[in-house]
Ligand binder design. Structure first.
Ligand code: NAD
Length: 480
């Protein structure tokens, strides 16, 4: 049993102001694996004070030195990658092979991409090409609170911490209290990399405590948040009192539109993407919209593929899916599957209860619900489990209308051999990202959503801009 009873503040591991601990549970075994101290307002105060003090020097540190510090951190991250994979796998149930490859690799990818981009980034430019009167300066926002979820912990921590440090911001990170092992290990890596004291701080805690104290703190200049819409709303309201910059990466209800000329792999690809990470992805293509002409064969294929998906504990090597993260998530998913059945969906694979042979652990049966309509609860709410909803459509216009008929707008998917049609549909979809025929994002892709999927973009150049203020100086060359 690990004891996470220290926070990393001002370059040192310090005990909490008062000990108030919760258990961290391994979702594959339902056994406690760690005891986690939840921070209080006093701990937030210490961390924010340290970050505010460090900002004075870190923001003035030459980019070359900041970059060198992040390179050192990236090296430690690579060296301890196996440990990181093991921590992620245990805390949130990603199968060990997925944890050590895609989960840990997402962090490495962001380190590499931001380090590649920052050298050529224009922190200063002229407003007008033919005049030296107006200078635009891009300056670090200040102290940023980074609040992250449990589903892709290193993806989200790297997406936030790396550009924040490179741009000269100082940070207080609060990882998810459900899966804090990886964030804790990340802080150990920061300590090992010798990042100057106060530049990076970590305070564990829950949303109501540390999360809202960080959000309300007058010396925190920005909150960068990834997580649920519920928390996104709470953060926006709390941050309003101090007019903080708020960046929100929230939920999704992606449509995957399969036209009748979709390629042979499209159904398998859609299912694999929907079930990846046990369905716990904000960009999961959870609504499969299928052209009437290929509807029945697609439903049959999807059912067959889902039935073949293996479910097993996270510690087992292989390409099975693991449990979902917690009992609460398990029960929520069961409730949503039940609602789908009550509202008239046709169950063609999976269903309620655990997969056969798995009595313990938060394992969900890979489920396919066909004949859904877009007004069913399973088509409107984020399920965050291995559940594929299938909805038929008759025309391109109808497919677009169904896809856009959601409060979310994160990622949509289009499958068609007709690229003109695919591009036309991509333009009509109201989402921050669209993937055509299985071509995935680049590391430089701006990640973020339209509508209630959030505000702001992470990743690539946009992810650097997120942490910068824009200052316009007129009269730079003494002319007017
Ligand atoms: P969550 O909102 O419950 O928790 C996320 C983080 O916010 C945690 O660290 C939590 O402690 C904190 N938090 C909760 N309430 C808070 C409050 N009132 N004030 C401040 N902080 C608070 O989300 P989760 O269950 O950990 O993650 C799943 C959600 O994350 C899903 O909805 C998913 O779609 C979303 N997500 C979005 C993206 C994206 O980039 N758009 C990526 C991954 C996950």
């Amino acid at each position: 049993m690990q004891h996470l009873h220290h926070f990393f503040i001002d370059g040192a591991w310090v005990p909490p102001h008062r000990l108030n601990a919760i258990e961290v549970v391994d979702p594959s075994t339902e056994q406690p694996i760690a005891s986690l101290a939840l921070g209080a307002e006093e701990d937030v105060e210490r961390a924010v004070t340290a970050a505010a003090r460090a900002f004075l020097s870190w923001s003035e540190t030459p980019l070359k030195e900041r970059k060198a510090a992040v390179v050192r951190l990236a090296e430690v991250y690579q060296r301890r990658a196996e440990e990181m994979g093991a921590a992620i796998s245990r805390e949130m149930g990603a199968p060990i092979d997925l944890a050590t490859t895609a989960q840990v690799g997402s962090g490495s990818g962001h380190f590499q991409t931001f380090l590649d981009l920052i050298g050529g980034f224009e922190f200063e430019e002229w407003l007008e090409a033919d005049s030296h009167c107006h200078r635009i300066l891009k300056e670090p926002i200040g102290v940023v609170a980074l609040i992250t979820p449990w589903n892709w912990p290193m993806n989200q921590i790297a997406l936030k911490v790396v550009p924040a440090l490179l741009t000269g911001c100082t940070v207080v990170l609060k990882p998810s209290e459900i899966a804090p092992l990886s964030g804790h290990l990340f802080a150990e890596m920061v300590a090992e990399a010798g990042i100057p004291a106060g530049v990076f701080n970590l305070v564990h805690g829950n949303g109501a405590g540390v999360g809202s104290a960080l959000t309300a703190h007058p010396r925190v200049d920005m909150v960068s948040f990834t997580g649920s819409n519920r928390a996104g709303v709470a953060i926006s309201k709390t941050a309003a009192d101090t007019i903080k910059r708020v960046s929100l990466e929230l939920g999704g209800k992606g449509a995957n539109i399969l036209f009748d000329d979709a390629d042979e792999e499209a159904v398998a690809r859609g299912l694999a993407s929907c079930f990846l990470n046990s369905g716990q992805g904000c960009n999961a293509p959870s609504r499969m919209l299928v052209h009437r002409g290929i509807y029945e064969e697609t439903v049959a294929k999807a059912a067959e593929i889902a039935r073949a998906v293996q479910v097993a504990p996270a510690s087992r090597p292989g390409d099975h899916i693991g449990p979902v993260v917690s009992r609460a998530q398990y029960e929520r998913i069961q409730g949503l599957i039940a609602s789908g059945l009550e509202q008239g969906a046709r169950l063609v694979a999976g269903g309620l209860g655990r997969p056969e042979g798995l009595e313990i652990g938060y394992f969900v049966r890979p489920t396919v619900l066909a004949d859904c309509t877009n007004d069913m609860t399973v088509a409107r709410e984020e399920i965050f489990g291995p559940v594929q909803v299938i909805i038929p459509f008759d025309s391109e216009e109808e497919a677009i209308a169904i896809a856009n008929d959601t409060v979310f707008g994160l990622t949509n998917y289009v499958q068609s051999a007709d690229l003109d049609r695919a591009r036309r549909v991509a333009r009509a979809l109201r989402s921050g990202m669209v993937e055509i025929n299985g071509v995935g994002r680049s590391w430089r892709t701006p990640f973020g959503g339209y509508k209630q999927s959030g505000s702001g973009r992470e990743g690539g150049l946009w992810g650097i801009e997120e942490f910068l203020e824009v200052k316009a100086v007129s009269g730079w060359d003494g002319t007017g």
